[in-house]
Write a protein that binds this ligand. Structure first.
Ligand code: GRF
Length: 203
């Protein structure tokens, strides 16, 4: 199972994915790590581990369509089975999403459909929810909306700040995305006719 991972920053989710493929000797390979900025810390981490890396800087392109096209062309070099967005902070155009339809996965730091968009931990604290978490989902043209593959939950604690809550969610993100990568590698994830995700062996 050929995987390309897209990041924008430190790439801690990417690191968890790389480590889980290695530690569990999964039938998968990380073909490339791609960032939308050359200074993304995760690129250096991936390069140090001998992974192919690319920076496709959105600042180098006149508009969103040109950036997405350049990004898609770099991804296609590696012929991935799946493209994993992991802390990738760009909204992708519908044509990009269509080009990778069914193969594009993202992690969002909330229990979708609650709190789409940015500042999810502030949103959660503002609403006074008692449970929060993360969602790994297939990407569709509607932002933060695609078929849900897996979720992880964390308790919200009385004196939580957005930072303490984000840190608790991030730990669960790493676990959930690692599980999803294992299922992808084992070929256990499919979409049924109702566009609902089914994971073989999981109820
Ligand atoms: C994480 O907090 C995650 O919620 C979101 O992007 C942030 C950075 O993730 N997906 P990472 O450490 O770059 O994987």
């Amino acid at each position: 199972c050929r995987l390309v991972v897209l990041i924008s920053g430190r790439g801690s989710n990417m690191q968890a994915i790389v480590n889980t493929v290695r530690d569990h000797a999964l039938p998968a390979q990380i073909c490339a790590v791609i960032a939308n900025k050359a200074e993304a810390g995760g690129l250096a981490w991936a390069r140090d581990r001998g992974l192919p890396v690319h920076a496709v800087a959105h600042r180098d392109y006149a508009n969103r369509v040109e950036f997405d096209t350049a990004l898609a062309n770099v991804i296609d070099i590696h012929q991935p089975d799946y493209v994993l967005l992991a802390g990738f902070m760009r909204v992708l155009t519908p044509s990009f999403v269509e080009r990778f339809n069914g193969r594009l996965i993202n992690i969002h730091p909330s229990l979708l459909p609650a709190f789409p968009g940015l500042h999810t931990h502030q949103q959660a604290l503002a609403m006074g929810v008692q449970w929060h978490g993360c969602t790994v989902h297939f990407v569709t043209p509607v932002l933060d909306h695609g078929p849900i593959i897996a979720q992880g939950i964390v308790p919200v604690i009385a004196d939580d700040t957005p930072e303490t809550l984000a840190g608790r969610v991030l730990q669960v993100e790493h676990k959930v995305y690692s599980n999803v990568v294992r299922w992808l590698a084992e070929g256990r994830i499919s979409l049924n006719s109702m566009q609902r995700v089914q994971v073989q062996g999981i109820a």
